[in-house]
Design a protein around this ligand. Structure first.
Ligand code: BEZ
Length: 389
């Protein structure tokens, strides 16, 4: 090769690498599809999740793994019947890179099926459906929240330790309610208690009067209940209006009183709940998060905001490891699996099933706060029954 030809080849090589550098800098925006409830009883939960997610992205200068973000939103209405069509709008019509959703367990199960079939990355920022990180678990499916079993099992243990011998349960009839009651029953009966009757109303019905009359007549030692959002506000108020809060303690996972205390007022005072977040943690990490959230949204954060924030943190961890290439599924998953996620709730990890292994706090309602009383169960991992990866 003559010197001149060698020089030309070197120049061509240099130009090619400059071009490829330019190409790396100009990665297209990462399409993030929010599939959340923006109407109905869970609206406030969906909004808090979106707020929390966006707060973390803003803290990262608007980019994750070097990529700017484009948001696309679908209102899932917490309606499982519309879930497959809705998730396919994001996967097939909008071609999103990652889906963040949702709140309702029944909707989340349809989303997990579609994500598994298409390979699209899904991060669940609330819905606790045990199956999502159980039999449906997959390399591309992650959860930043909890399984329905986790806070419920912890409350069962607490109720037994409080010396309660009998409990009735009352909830919406769908996966989250059923699984929450099962978790409570497991913890409570292991501790020597007995669940004597399981009452339900269809989701999102809030006509509780006949069932409250049945509870008053049966006089169990305690009542365990799963409701959230608008339904939780109505149930806790109805329970107090019937005078039951004076005689039969009402327990539940923290969704019963999280983000709802302004509306519940006096009716929730003194209630004990279990959850992976609480007011008054008073750690530098949580204080900084709360200050930033309040400044950005003129609202106090709740557990849903934390879960949205942590969904963005998990996405950031995966994208940083893959230099923004979400198609590198194995590397993306491995980075999240070995991460210690620096959450406002306290550090957690997700392990192989991709569900948080986390402390579950015991909280007591005091004024407008779910004040932390202590840790009910430390480092609680969902059993991930049926997860094979
Ligand atoms: C659920 O459907 O899994 C759920 C909804 C609201 C709060 C907690 C769980």
């Amino acid at each position: 090769m003559s010197t001149r030809i060698a020089r030309i080849s070197l120049t061509a090589l240099a130009l090619a690498s400059i071009a490829s550098l330019g190409h790396a800098q100009a990665q297209p925006k990462l399409k993030v599809g929010f599939m959340l409830p923006y109407s109905g009883t869970y609206t406030a939960l969906g909004v808090a999740i979106e707020n929390g997610f966006k707060l973390h992205v803003e803290e990262k200068g608007g980019k994750l793994g070097g990529r700017e973000i484009e948001y696309i939103k679908v209102d899932d209405e917490s309606d499982p019947a519309k879930a497959t069509d809705n998730v396919n709008k994001l996967i097939k019509r909008d071609n999103v890179d990652v889906i963040i959703g949702t709140v309702h367990s029944g909707v989340a199960m349809a989303m997990a099926k579609a994500a598994k079939e298409s390979g699209t990355v899904l991060i669940v920022p609330n819905a606790g459906a045990d199956a999502v990180t159980g039999p449906m678990c997959a390399q591309n499916i992650f959860r930043s929240s909890f399984s329905n079993w986790q806070p419920a099992y912890a409350m069962g243990e607490v109720a037994a330790k409080e010396g309660k011998k009998t409990a009735m349960t009352i909830t919406w009839k769908y996966a989250a309610g059923d699984e929450s009651v099962n978790g409570f029953k497991e913890g409570f009966e292991k501790g020597g208690g007995k669940v004597t009757k399981q009452l339900t109303v269809p989701f999102p019905n809030v006509e509780f009067q006949a069932l409250l009359t049945e509870i008053a007549a049966a006089k169990p030692d305690a009542v365990y209940s799963f409701y959230a959002g608008g339904g939780a506000v109505k149930f806790v108020k109805d329970y107090a209006a019937a005078g039951l809060n004076k005689t039969i303690p009402l327990y539940g996972p923290g969704f019963l009183t999280d983000g709802t205390l302004d509306a519940q007022g006096d009716s929730a005072q003194g209630m004990l709940t279990t959850l992976h977040y609480a007011d008054g943690l008073n750690t530098p990490r949580d204080n900084a998060f709360r200050t930033a959230y309040a400044k950005a949204f003129k609202l106090q954060p709740d557990v849903y905001a934390v879960q949205g924030y942590d969904a963005a943190q998990m996405l950031a961890i995966g994208l940083t490891a893959t230099k923004g290439d979400i198609g590198k599924k194995a590397e993306f998953a491995a980075a999240i699996e070995k991460a210690k996620i620096d959450s406002p709730r306290g550090t957690f990890s997700v392990g192989k099933s991709h569900n948080p292994v986390q402390d579950v706090y015991l909280r007591k309602v005091d004024g407008k706060e779910n004040k932390v009383v202590g840790v009910a169960v430390k480092g609680l991992a969902d059993p991930a029954r049926g997860c094979r990866m």
